[in-house]
Ligand binder design. Sequence first.
Ligand code: GRF
Length: 221
Amino acid sequence: MVTVPTSPRRARLAVLLSGTGSNMVALADAIDRGTVAADVAVVASDVPTAPGLARAEARGLETVRVPFDRSDRSAWEDELARAIAAHGVDIVVLAGFMRILSGAFLAHWPDRVVNVHPSLLPAFRGADAVGDALAAGVRVTGVTVHLVDELVDHGPILLQEAVAVHPTDTRESLLERLHPVEHRLLPVAVDLLARDRVAIEDGRAILPPDLATFPADRSAP
Ligand code: GRF
């Protein structure tokens, strides 16, 4: 009798977004190219009219809408958790999701909620990282992909890449150079999690040796 080895189950992703969803599209494209060992199980949003939901639906992805309810935040969050858990989700990807998630939500997916943020954390946490970087006059900013803890834009850092700030930059022009970096880094980080290649030690993420200095270390001799 021939035993056919069964391939390990691919990780199932929930992608949470509030806006245009370009990171969701980049992740779905990377999955289609075969570079991420995961599938998008569901795309969820707190904003029923978020353009990212229409983009997800256009490519045949499942979507759920859980409109934010300011009057009962914890009931809203429970409903969101239930709605995505119903899709058998292993990893939650925050791709421009503009709400803060509590410890109760995060406890459903310990060390498996990942966020992409347009700054080199811990600099410029918060909703206007690009504007804040410009206001501070920094010469370099960048992109961080990190695991999410209970603080805003905080938690073990998975990947970072620097992006130069030009003297003539506006929020729009800088975002235009940050976005392609986000689109490149987020799928790499999700693949690492999907393949269980991230260890957490003392609150820091330890990556496998082949990615320990990803992207290439330009300061190396
Ligand atoms: C990105 O800049 C991301 O870093 C931030 O929100 C933005 C979302 O963009 N958290 P998009 O909706 O993926 O185009």
